[in-house]
Design a protein around this ligand. Structure first.
Ligand SMILES: [Zn+2]
Length: 400
């Protein structure tokens, strides 16, 4: 930690400018305490690591989940100085007595309070959620910034994201964003337009900015820049299908078995299945799979002209969730919405691609038959045509 309490109750921040000799002098006559647990901490003024306080050996601070690394200390300090340079009144490691929480950095902008948590290690989901909810409860907007080391870059526009990283995701004006920071290079890495393909593999537009190119406004409301998301989506969805078929355990994969029982093949699914929708991060199960379930459970039982009750679609989805065949995600920072939005967006998209017609909020009518391609080539062609024809509709379903 960078801030500790002195015996008179005031605090000393090593985030300020200090002469080493002055600190040595203060250290010789003061005892320092952890603002959270009250235990004694030692001031470390070594030459290798950033000056900091650390709990004495044997101490057991229940608040310190992070064994603080140099990486973390450095990141926190850089972000703090970056805010101060912009004339923002920021507080380093201020322990809030009411919230019983200590954000890395707290600041206020246009009467709104913010808390920055620069997270370098994986912490339990319950703690992440609890901290987030406490901030929100007290009217503070949390900004969880992931250490760049938590972002596993696969290739251009593809990252591997585990459920922990999904906890950081927040809504922007038009899509999604995860802010990350690398203290080694002093760079912000923004994962914009984040849409999952599988439970881990995620399409994203990674935008890198150095600290001095970036303002607090950029951090608070990042701007989406266009990237060829549909082209990537199509290619990755095809890859997902062939990986399913060629994986060693394919013959006993329950999803493939269910397709087989229903006389379907993953390689010749119709183009209406496996579409990207904006709220898909709320669902851990790949779009290809949960949308296939809806086809099997609902859509294929209806003919042209039939009416489908929206409640039926919801029930089918819910049944799969209860059986854990569709897994959901907790997105504590995103708030407001949930997986039901993803479902509604999908049904809405199906009206946009003229498969369904909306009658009212509870009913849709089937406009045409869904055609199952006869061969793999046919599937690839019809899907490419479908994405070409409904390009704008699909883009709009991702970026409202
Ligand atoms: Zn402590």
């Amino acid at each position: 930690m960078l801030v500790a309490n002195k015996s008179d109750g005031t605090s000393l921040s090593l985030g300020e400018r200090w002469e080493k000799s002055d600190l040595i002098e203060i250290r010789s006559r003061e005892k320092f305490h952890c603002p959270e647990c009250g235990e004694e901490v030692a001031m470390k003024l070594g030459s290798k690591k950033i000056w900091h306080f650390s709990h004495l050996a044997g101490g057991s601070c229940q608040y310190e989940y992070d064994r603080e690394s140099e990486y973390h200390l450095s990141g926190k300090l850089q972000l703090f100085n970056w805010l101060k340079k912009q004339g923002i009144q920021a507080e380093l490691e201020h322990f809030d007595q009411q919230m019983k929480q200590k954000p890395d950095i707290a600041f206020k902008l246009q009467n709104q309070k913010y808390a920055i948590e620069f997270q370098c290690s994986v912490i339990p989901e319950e703690i992440f959620v609890k901290r987030t909810e406490t901030y929100l409860h007290y009217g503070v907007i949390p900004i969880w910034i992931a250490a760049e080391t938590l972002v596993k870059r696969k290739k251009h526009n593809i990252v591997s994201m585990n459920n922990f990283l999904y906890l950081f995701i927040r809504q922007t004006r038009n899509s999604w964003n995860i802010p990350a920071f690398c203290p080694m290079l002093g760079q912000f890495i923004n994962l914009n337009g984040t849409i999952p393909i599988t439970s881990k593999k995620t399409i994203t537009n990674m935008v890198v900015n150095s600290l001095h190119q970036y303002s607090v406004e950029n951090l608070l409301s990042p701007i989406d820049t266009p990237f060829p998301i549909l082209k990537i989506w199509l290619a990755e969805n095809q890859k997902l299908k062939s990986r399913y078929v060629t994986s060693p355990g394919a013959w006993q994969n329950p999803f493939l078995k269910e397709l087989y029982r229903n006389h379907l093949s993953i390689l010749t699914l119709p183009s209406e299945i496996g579409l990207p929708v904006r709220s898909s991060p709320y669902i851990e199960t790949p779009s290809l799979i949960w949308q296939t379930f809806l086809y099997i459970d609902v859509f294929r039982h209806y003919e042209k002209g039939d009416i489908i009750l929206y409640a039926k679609i919801r029930d089918a989805f819910n049944r799969r969730v209860r059986r854990k065949e569709i897994k959901l995600r907790t997105l504590p920072v995103a708030r407001q919405k949930d997986h039901w939005y993803a479902l509604a967006e999908y049904v809405f998209l199906l009206t946009k691609v003229s498969y369904l017609e909306r009658i009212n909020s509870g009913k849709v009518r089937v406009l045409r038959k869904i055609i199952i391609p006869g061969t793999i080539d046919e599937q690839i062609n019809s899907e490419a045509n479908f994405f070409n024809k409904y390009r704008n509709e699909i883009i709009q379903s991702i970026f409202h």
